[in-house]
Design a protein. Structure first.
Length: 319
């Protein structure tokens, strides 16, 4: 029949100028890429520039057993390095010499780990965790955005460190309460390695780019998508192609997020265990993954609407 949807589509392609079809395809591709870029840029902008948002994202991590164990181990290791050699030999009264010092260090290390986990489970843990993460985030944000006032705090091995002194102060008070001599517990700032400083430096360029494009990419997506639909002869089919493109790029983004977790673990393998990196990474990227899923679902719905419309049109033509 002359009014069959496939015949109409074929005639539209034959009568529509080639330049308009090519331009619509180019603009449609640009709209799809800009949509995904806007999603990533918005996520990166909130995560990097908004300290309150970042703290709200990582806040629940303080109650995660994997994170508590990692902080406790890091704190114990760091404090052990601050205790002068031989200062613990008189702590255990039934031993003398080097054996006493070794045993005392082992006992103290266990006490620090256990007490740290208790402190991170207490009512004051949230305030301590917020202070710790706020300080680290402001330092990272200033560094990633290349703020002239940024001071990247690194240790003698070039690793970015977090000031865990508030945690240690709380732990130290608890240790004194259970009988550990104050002289055995150093009163010093305690800095825990978080990441390789070079990794942060490498991320500066990508962070700058994502933040820069986050503002205008959504405008580009809307304008380019609108023009692509206007230029297209069959706007329903063009919308379906746009929906398919958005769904595919959103799914690719989800794959990229998963691969990024593995890459990050490789970068931090010497500092944190895979389970710790996974827990923290999943928490930080949760909103990005959810947004990508929603975007993929919306794109798929547009494609489904087009397919159902064509089927309905075909049924009416047969009748």
């Amino acid at each position: 029949m002359s009014d069959h949807p496939h015949s109409e589509s074929q005639r539209a392609e034959n009568t529509h100028p080639l330049w308009r079809r090519l331009l619509a395809a180019i603009l449609g591709t640009l709209a799809v890429l800009a949509t995904t870029t806007a999603l990533i840029g918005h996520w990166a902008r909130e995560l990097v520039l908004d300290t309150d948002h970042y703290v709200s994202v990582v806040g629940p991590l303080v109650s995660d057993p994997e994170i508590q164990d990692a902080i406790a181990q890091g704190l114990a290791t760091r404090v052990d390095g601050l205790i002068p050699e031989g200062s613990l030999t008189q702590w255990l009264p039934d031993r003398t010499g080097q054996a006493a010092g070794t045993a005392a260090r082992s006992v103290l290390g266990s006490l620090i780990r256990d007490t740290t986990k208790q402190a991170l489970s207490s009512d004051s843990a949230a305030a301590i965790w917020t202070t710790l993460n706020s300080t680290v985030h402001r330092q990272l944000a200033a560094t990633l955005t290349q703020d002239d006032s940024a001071v990247l705090v690194v240790d003698d091995q070039g690793r970015l460190v977090a000031d865990a002194t508030p945690v240690w102060t709380s732990v130290r008070e608890r240790l004194v309460e259970v009988g550990v001599p104050e002289r055995a517990l150093p009163v010093r700032d305690v800095l825990i390695p978080v990441a390789d400083g070079s990794l942060v430096t490498q991320a500066q360029g990508w962070t700058q780019l994502l933040i820069a494009v986050s503002g205008w990419s959504i405008v580009v997506a809307l304008v380019a998508g609108g023009l692509a639909l206007w230029l297209a002869r069959d706007r329903w089919r063009a919308a379906a192609w746009l929906g398919a493109g958005v769904a595919i790029t959103a799914l690719l983004l989800l794959i990229g997020v998963a691969v990024g977790g593995q890459v990050l673990h490789g970068q931090l393998a010497g500092l944190w265990s895979q389970s710790v990196v996974s827990v923290a990474y999943e928490r930080v990227t949760a909103s990005l993954s959810l947004s990508a899923l929603v975007l993929a679902a919306l794109g798929a719905l547009v494609v489904l609407a087009h397919v159902l419309r064509r089927r309905a049109g075909a049924s009416q033509s047969e009748d």
